[in-house]
Write a protein that binds this ligand. Sequence first.
Ligand code: MN
Ligand code: MN
Length: 354
Amino acid sequence: MSTTVSPAPDNSGGVPVFRYSLASATGKVTPGGWGKQVTAAELPISQDIAGVLMRLEPGAVRELHWHAIAAEWGYVVEGQVRVTLFDPEQRISMEDVPAGDVFSFPRGYGHVIQNSGTVPATFILVFDNGHFSEFATFSSTDWLAHTPRNVLAETLGTPESSLAGLPAGEVYIVPGPVPPPLAETRPATAQLLAANSCAYRFSQQAPERYAGGTIAIASQLQFPLSSTITGAVMTIDPGAIREPHWHPNASEWFYVLAGTLQVTVFASQGHARTDQFAPGDVCYVPRGLGHYLENTGDAEVRLLLAFNSGTYEQIGLSGWLAANPRALVATNFGLPETTVDAFPGGTEYIAARR
Ligand code: MN
Ligand code: MN
């Protein structure tokens, strides 16, 4: 089956490259798993969002760490992870997060991720700062390796000799046994954070349906702890178009989970760029720039999106034109009013193939 795809506008300049093949990056590989990242270093346009694709073997731990310059938001693609957050009020939130669900760690808070399932876990991490580096986090083993043993012995109330086995440097990801069920291991104090949990059952949320696809959005409204990052899962049917739109308040980042699509970004002054996306690719659109997405394949497109704001905002072409007087729109575009009369009466959002 063939699909109708708009001709590409000229890529004569003015819009930097906005695609990066994250899945095919090398990343950091360890016996317990690996991490691959896309930051402003790999994708210079991406100044205010960074992303990571990570895999952990069953039982493996992405070690206790924190980061100074970014909050973290995660989406589980396959398997299950156990996330634990420690906040400045000395509270613990610990949750198992299966595929399709999400988690959040506010900027600067201590956290750890363990594969609590029996199969490898794959997940996507998003950070609200393009200059974040997954390979430069404040890792606990790195910290302890650079703290004198007498300081650690005094702090932890143990003889220096008992600390001889500490790692000599950052372990990053460490292999380990699969942990017992959550109910058996979660500290009782974890209930303190239940109302502000670090996990959200996103897979249970019903998506909004449009003529050409669906979207489920988890903003701060649905997931209160995630106050600086909104996540979404979008599907686009074959031949359908996520209509031309922009986001007034946030930059957009997405990872292609399935399908193939074409993305065009408009940067004013006649500048536009179109690129082709496949599974494992990342797209970044700066705040305020116009853009649209076209499913160019014969299968459904499935995207994991993130925005660097806890509030979701978008303005789409169809709804904007529908809200204005038809005579004004006709004058603006030099079109007969009869043509404008036939435009949609409201927001298309995701338009089906016509
Ligand atoms: Mn982290
Ligand atoms: Mn968008």
